[in-house]
Design a protein around this ligand. Structure first.
Ligand SMILES: [Zn+2]
Ligand SMILES: [Zn+2]
Length: 253
């Protein structure tokens, strides 16, 4: 099994999970051209795509999802709200419902509700014979997350969007600062660290944690790592990684 993030941030998000030669994408937020370039960089063949999961309809998550699904005959997997909100028309699709497991090829996929300013946003818990992974980005608050189902994770891909101090003193206009830090926005480094700590405690075999969706204006990889490390304390044997906007990063070392 491989998990490779193809890029993450406000300019686009996409992660590939490979299992027995089949590829699943979580989000498809770059142009077709960029997606294919990054697939090649990561050593994947897009003909092996069996599904594209989309967390919500913001452009940095759906940009070429429809195009790639139709071109490579992959199944779009998203909530009804996301399909409608993003106007996604594909030959093959499966409608995701919160808390209802979807079996697709050799993946078991559980969509989970999150708080974000879109129709029906979700996180995905994805399991195969080898590992269980959680993909959680674009989350305004951790308050109503279904933490008890997020157990025994092997891999955790989680948003650490901004440093609250950098956001407060940074270049964004007031309304945007409110949006980003509000319940329809994003997790800051400290909130992310607290959640990682909780999830790590119920995941004794956690192998790696990847911080994702870092803001290029209101965060920095070193600051995110530092804050999360300070908040989490001991992560045991799990490795802490950061997803980059421009280049693929391997989540399994
Ligand atoms: Zn986003
Ligand atoms: Zn979003």
């Amino acid at each position: 099994m491989q998990i490779i993030n193809l890029g993450s941030g406000s300019k686009g998000n996409a992660t590939v999970i490979e299992s027995e030669g089949k590829l699943l994408l979580v989000d498809c937020g770059f142009s077709r051209r960029q997606m294919l370039k990054r697939f090649a960089e990561a050593g994947f063949n897009p003909d092996d795509l069996c599904g594209i999961l989309v967390t919500h309809e913001h452009g940095d998550h759906i940009y070429s999802a429809e195009k790639l699904c139709n071109e490579f005959d992959a199944t779009l997997i998203a909530t009804a709200g996301t399909i409608e909100g993003g106007n996604l028309v594909t030959r093959n699709k499966r409608v995701a419902k919160y808390d209802q497991m979807i079996e697709h090829e050799n993946f078991s996929i559980l969509p989970l509700q999150v708080s974000h300013d879109t129709e029906e946003p979700c996180a995905f818990l994805i399991e195969n014979d080898e590992a269980k992974s959680l993909f959680l980005t674009d989350v305004g608050t951790t308050d109503n997350l279904d933490i008890p189902v997020m157990t025994d994770l092997d891999y955790l891909y989680i948003e650490a969007n901004h440093d609250s101090e950098m956001l407060a003193t940074g270049p964004y206009p007031y309304f945007l600062k409110q949006r980003v830090s509000g319940i329809g926005g994003h997790l800051n480094n400290e909130e992310s660290g607290k959640l990682i700590k909780t999830l790590a405690m119920q995941s004794p075999n956690l192998k790696s944690v990847m911080l994702a969706h870092l803001s290029d204006k209101n965060n920095h990889p070193d600051i995110a790592l530092q804050t999360v490390k300070k908040t989490v304390g001991d992560l045991g044997d799990a490795e802490l990684l950061v997803a980059m906007q421009k280049t693929p990063t391997d989540m399994i070392k």
